[in-house]
Design a protein around this ligand. Structure first.
Ligand SMILES: Cc1cc2nc3c(=O)[nH]c(=O)nc-3n(C[C@H](O)[C@H](O)[C@H](O)COP(=O)(O)OP(=O)(O)OC[C@H]3O[C@@H](n4cnc5c(N)ncnc54)[C@H](O)[C@@H]3O)c2cc1C
Ligand code: SF4
Length: 801
């Protein structure tokens, strides 16, 4: 079998290898990559910087993929020499490999201009996962971050740093941001929005030098001005990595020159991706590399035929919540006409440039919903004579299904991962895909920036036999966004108060539906570090008690694990007599309820009780019911009481999408009904079963098994992982039993207890951060006057062992 060596383990190289594998196996493949990671989605680095994705989540091809395709992978191995005549490459470390065919997919590198002081500590590029991790290591609230470069990459970096809490300034050499994608007006709209969201923008600024001794402390400009900086990101452009091509004696201009079959000037050597130049163009976006990869795969496997004719350059992105789309040649000229629409209040700008009734270029700011229609017109050079009346807005009642039906099978639907309409239809027919999540799983479409999800839905609607909508409904009429969408918006725009969200995205007022939901989302997203507005919560949360039908309130103090003490019982009795509480009742969840307390007595009742709130009124953690377990029961196999107390301690005072009830039992006899709780720990001989998504109310559901573990600490950790995952992924007011059914227990397991160590740690870190900001509602964070309850020390020791 012939030997193929691939240099570059990036998006282009591996996308091309994936295509090569679709042809008959004719190569023994070795891939060299100088980064130490498996192939990942580089365009998602900004999401990693913004904390929206963990590094592991952007991996495209796991190690197993290389293994199962018999690909030898050499990571952290930089190829430094090529001998084209002998057909051999060698690495920095002296490893030598011969080849029959060589594929160069070396991408680009970030330009670091020769500015004085650019090697100071605290100055970074933004190209790789390692760069992103280094930035994350420095970015924190209060850090003054300066981004040199107001192009696409610079603005992506600015967004991520702002989300991390940095005070961000973008410095740009010319008079408008993203000048390669936007004209003056589009750029102005973008700048206005960024400044409104707190990013400083300095235009027409040429950097003279970086100030500071060893560490960067500021930036000085040619015009004599200077600004302070603790962190600098240089996003001054990219340059194709052509060094190996040069060493191999290939024809090089700006990039490695390739023809329409993706052949270089040497018949044994091929090149793909950002390192190539085709027809005088070097591309810096992902869409071209997928098209190039398909052509190259055919050529290299002896199926030469398909040709690459260039790609219409298009960029679609969201910067600080502003949708931006730019494609083709949108510059004005005498032989072109431009059609525009502007709404400054909405921040919407559209510009179409036509020549002889065909679309030449387009700019969209603030509303990119029609971008696929324009892309198709550009790609096919459609005659638009019949569309003139509806160029900027589709005709009333236009059927999106028709629009999508007209697209060619080769049209790219998902630009981030390079999935065509044909590939999606094939997945629908051959793999029984009916929902967006199944489509993501089968093709990876819509797993990048997500902007193609509505188009994927349209396609599913049109083609899938049993289409099921799995996007969620909009929250309400005053805030007309889906909850997924809202979480993205709140995170990316760093909104921290309900009123801010209502002012920018709602009607300024809000309603009983959106206000509590937004309160919850802000609390969850910022791990409690947000501006709490008590008036936006449900009435019960505002008064910290459950309102009864006669207008009085019920007071349920917390008794962790259902355990109390004689002193607490005495105080409860005293309070009941002193405030003439009409009924004292044992609840179904092993607590004591004082029913009929008058509103004006509530603060005095709480103070006299000297116990924390049991939060029997909130969409949050209720209680952990326990059985006596090994402490007193002859059947007990595990310390269920101590485990339950500890579990309640870890979760109490936290808000959740809906109420969360838990239980721990010492053996499968299940005396505290753990198998019908939101989270349950069921003791077994030699360990615990952790079960989730159970219910025994209006809905009755036996909980699903999440995992079986040996120690109490492992069981508690599994419960924590599920708990935080539910907090982050569920819709507001969605109980765990609906959530687990909707997501599927396999996926829940995969993303919690079987996730990577880093992803698990990230969930736990966010949970711990939320916990550190939580407080007892009745004392507003002050310690209760009296100690709470008796905790069996030996059992707790076992928990911590
Ligand atoms: C932060 C960021 C955001 C982006 N956003 C978008 C976007 O929204 N939309 C879009 O279309 N595009 C975007 N891009 C661009 C997109 O990521 C690139 O077009 C794409 O990754 C190019 O793929 P490639 O394989 O050609 O190059 P790369 O992904 O750079 O891969 C090349 C690989 O080869 C390795 N390599 C180089 N030389 C050697 C050697 N001698 N030996 C061994 N290994 C070597 C490199 O380290 C690298 O891992 C973005 C890029 C960045 C950095
Ligand atoms: S569940 Fe088992 S350990 Fe717990 S009280 Fe019942 S029988 Fe005893």
């Amino acid at each position: 079998m012939k030997k193929l060596v691939v240099v570059g383990n990036g998006m282009a190289g591996i996308a091309c290898v994936e295509q090569i594998l679709k042809h008959a196996p004719r190569f023994e493949i070795t891939v060299f990559g100088d980064e130490t990671h498996v192939n990942y989605n580089r365009i998602m680095l900004s999401s990693v910087l913004a904390g929206e994705k963990a590094a592991e989540e952007i991996a495209l091809n796991p190690i197993d993929w290389y293994r199962s395709n018999n690909i030898r992978l050499r990571l952290g191995a930089r190829v430094t020499e090529v001998d084209a005549a002998l057909r051999v490459i060698s690495t920095e470390d002296g490893e030598v490999e011969t080849f029959d065919s060589l594929l160069l997919a070396t991408g680009s590198y970030a330009i670091m201009p020769p500015i004085e002081g650019i090697d100071k500590d605290g100055i970074f590029a933004f190209r790789t996962l390692d760069d992103t991790r280094a930035l994350l290591g420095r970015a924190r609230p209060g850090v003054r971050a300066v981004v040199i470069g107001g192009g696409l990459l610079g603005l992506e970096a600015a967004r991520g740093l702002q989300v991390q809490g940095c005070d961000v300034t973008v410095v740009h050499l010319v008079d408008r941001l993203m000048e390669r994608q936007l004209d003056g007006i589009g750029s102005y709209y973008l700048k206005e929005k960024m400044e409104a969201l707190g990013v400083h923008v300095l235009l027409n600024k040429s950097t003279l030098k970086f100030l500071g001794t060893a560490k960067v402390e500021g930036v000085a400009f040619v015009d004599g001005s200077r600004i302070a900086a603790d962190l600098v990101v240089v996003a001054a452009g990219i340059r194709p990595n052509v060094e190996l091509g040069r060493k191999a004696g290939l024809k090089i201009n700006r990039g490695i020159v390739v023809n329409d079959h993706m052949e270089t000037s040497n018949p044994d050597i091929f090149a793909v991706g950002e390192c190539v130049e085709h027809n005088g163009v070097c591309y810096g976006l992902v869409a071209p590399l997928f098209e190039q990869g398909k052509v190259l795969a055919a050529t290299i496997t002896g199926n030469k035929g398909p040709t690459y004719r260039g790609t219409v350059q298009a960029a679609k992105l969201k910067i600080m919540g502003v949708d931006v789309f730019s494609a083709g040649d949108w510059a004005d000229a005498d032989d072109k006409e431009s059609v525009r629409y502007q709404d400054p209040a909405l921040g919407v700008y559209k510009k179409l440039v036509l020549r002889d009734n065909t679309l030449q270029g387009v700019i969209l700011v603030g509303d990119t919903s029609d971008s696929h229609r324009y892309m198709e017109w550009l790609r096919t050079s459609s005659d638009l004579t019949g569309h003139r009346r509806h160029l900027l807005f589709p005709p009333p009642g236009a059927d999106a299904g028709l629009d999508i039906a007209q697209m060619a099978d080769t049209a790219t639907i998902c630009g981030c991962v390079g999935v065509s309409k044909g590939a999606i239809i094939q997945a629908i027919h051959e793999r029984g895909v009916n929902t967006l999540s199944q489509l993501k799983e089968a093709t990876r479409a819509s797993t990048g920036c997500g902007s193609c999800s509505s188009l994927c839905q349209e396609l599913l609607k049109a083609v899938a036999p049993e289409f099921e909508e799995d996007t969620k409904k909009v929250l309400c009429r005053c805030v007309p966004f889906t909850q997924d969408n809202l979480r993205d918006i709140l995170r990316s725009q760093r909104l921290r108060s309900v009123q801010e969200v209502l002012d920018i995205y709602g009607d300024g007022q809000g309603c009983e539906v959106c206000k509590p939901a937004l309160s919850y989302m802000l609390d969850m997203l910022w791990c409690g570090d947000h501006d709490e507005d008590r008036s936006a919560r449900f009435i019960n949360d505002r008064v910290h008690a459950n309102i009864q039908k006669d207008g009085s309130f019920s007071v349920v103090p917390r008794m962790r694990g259902g355990v109390t003490t004689p002193a607490e019982l005495r105080r409860i009795a005293d309070v009941a007599e002193k405030y003439q509480v009409p009924m004292v009742k044992i609840t179904g969840s092993q607590r004591i309820d004082l029913l009929g307390v008058k509103k004006e007595d509530l603060p005095k009742v709480w103070a006299d009780l000297g116990m924390p709130s049991g939060q029997a009124y909130t969409k949050g953690v209720r209680m952990v019911k326990t059985c006596v377990g090994t402490e007193f029961c002859r059947f007990g196999t595990q310390p269920s009481t101590a485990a339950g107390i500890e579990m309640e301690r870890r979760f109490e005072n936290l808000f959740t999408p809906h109420k969360v009830k838990m239980a721990t039992v010492g053996c499968p006899r299940n005396c505290a009904e753990a198998t019908v709780k939101d989270i349950g720990l069921v003791g077994q001989e030699g360990g615990w079963q952790v079960v989730v998504g159970g219910a025994a109310g209006k809905t009755v559901r036996k909980a699903d098994l999440l995992i079986t573990v040996e120690t109490t600490e492992a069981a508690l950790e599994a419960a924590e992982l599920f708990f935080q995952y539910y907090r982050e992924q569920a819709n507001y007011l969605e109980r765990t039993y609906d959530f687990v059914e909707r997501i599927g227990i396999d996926k829940v397991r995969k993303e919690t207890v079987y996730a990577t160590d880093a992803a698990k740690q990230a969930l736990l870190d966010r949970l711990r951060k939320s916990k550190s900001h939580s407080y007892d509602a009745w004392t507003e964070g002050r310690e209760p006057v009296h100690p709470t309850q008796f905790i069996p020390i030996q059992a707790l020791e076992k928990v911590h062992a």
